[in-house]
Write a protein that binds this ligand. Structure first.
Ligand code: MG
Length: 355
């Protein structure tokens, strides 16, 4: 029996994870937590808000599924990796904002990171058993979001409800807006860099509107392996929780005979500057990805509240990155300080962009 601690139990990943756990006799939910919504009765140990590492300490899990949204997910990631416990990771910020710290914690603890993000789970599966030297590069696919064919000018007036209507994936509001700006793909490039140890120039992004191919790995012999399937998060969640078993899920097989067409194209980096901003922050290293992430969280929240235009999101992120210093952080405390400073600056810039 594998004991699962589920953090972020009431969100989109959390509720799908509950479905996977309840359907699998080998998985036992030992603890459940959420940031703000009540979770009493979901598991033997529950907690809403506060320091989730206290809950983990009592729960003694075999695997922690971290599906907390945002920077708040960091302490649980570091706690899990320091102890050598398997981390099923659905919290992007853990690797984006704290990639260096997370990898150092994993090195000390000796545990595994099992990615839950669909693209990274796909790449992880394609890489299974591959000799590291045989890998040429990684290709992450992006649906392109709801505004795929719009130019920068047309994007100025889009509303939160238009941005929340994602064409292929059903997800929480923060990640749905990030998908519409392509920041989500930018964060995933940084995440992939840390997860797979690949330099940024060997992580490619292509637009693939139907979201059937989740990632491809190119090998040095010219072959590429692709991971294909319905866009359904229960697959990567189940894969991470039951690894290496690959348990059954209710997700149906792809119907290839009905005429499946796979389309790919280059992303429009002019209309969607967040992708290049994220890549540049990743390449700059230090705390630049942490600052990028903090500024983006503030800007997305302001956009959802109707206080910032859609095109103000990359503007706030870019200006915050030039205003805040980004030297490496020695530990979580320093990272928390940098995150807070970036949020203050981004908040002030948000008010400036509007007025
Ligand atoms: Mg993803």
């Amino acid at each position: 029996m594998k004991r699962v601690a589920l953090l972020g139990a009431t969100g989109s990943i959390g509720t799908q994870a509950l479905e996977v756990i309840h359907a699998h006799p080998g998985l036992e939910l030992c603890a459940a937590a959420s940031g703000s919504r009540p979770v009493e009765g979901l598991a033997p140990l529950t907690q809403t808000g506060g320091d989730l590492t206290e809950l983990l300490e009592r729960a003694e899990p075999d695997v922690v599924l971290n599906a907390i949204v945002g920077f708040a997910g960091l302490p649980a990631t570091l706690w899990t990796l320091e102890r050598g416990i398997d981390l099923a990771l659905a919290n992007k910020e853990s690797l984006v904002a704290a990639g260096d710290l997370a990898l150092a914690a994993r090195e000390r603890g000796g545990g595994r990171i099992l990615p839950v993000d669909s693209e990274h789970s796909a790449a992880f599966q394609c890489l299974d058993g591959a000799e590291p030297g045989s890998v040429h590069s990684l290709v992450l696919t992006a649906s392109g979001g709801p505004f795929r064919h719009r130019d920068l000018h047309e994007l100025e007036s889009v509303t939160p409800s238009e941005a929340l209507a994602h064409p292929t994936w059903r997800m929480g509001p923060k990640i749905t807006i990030d998908s519409a700006t392509l920041m989500n793909k930018g964060l995933e490039v940084i995440e992939a860099h840390f997860l797979f140890g690949l330099p940024y120039d060997r992580i490619e992004v292509v637009v693939h509107p139907s979201s059937v191919v989740h990632a491809l790995v190119r090998f040095r012999d010219g072959a590429a392996l692709a991971h294909v399937g319905h866009p359904d998060m229960r697959v990567p969640i189940s894969y991470a929780l039951t690894y290496p078993e690959r348990a059954a899920t209710p997700v149906p097989p792809l119907d290839l005979a009905s005429g499946l067409i796979l389309e790919f194209s280059a992303p429009d980096e002019g209309a969607f500057p967040c992708l290049a901003l994220a890549r540049a922050a990743g390449e700059a290293g230090g705390t630049a990805p942490c600052v990028l992430n903090a500024a983006n969280e503030v800007a997305v929240e302001a956009f959802l509240a109707g206080e910032l235009p859609f095109t103000g999101i990359p503007e706030v992120v870019e200006r915050t990155l030039s205003a805040v210093g980004t030297p490496p952080a020695a530990g979580l405390d320093e990272l928390v300080e940098r995150d807070a400073e970036a949020r203050r600056v981004a908040g002030a810039l948000t008010r400036e962009v509007v007025h």
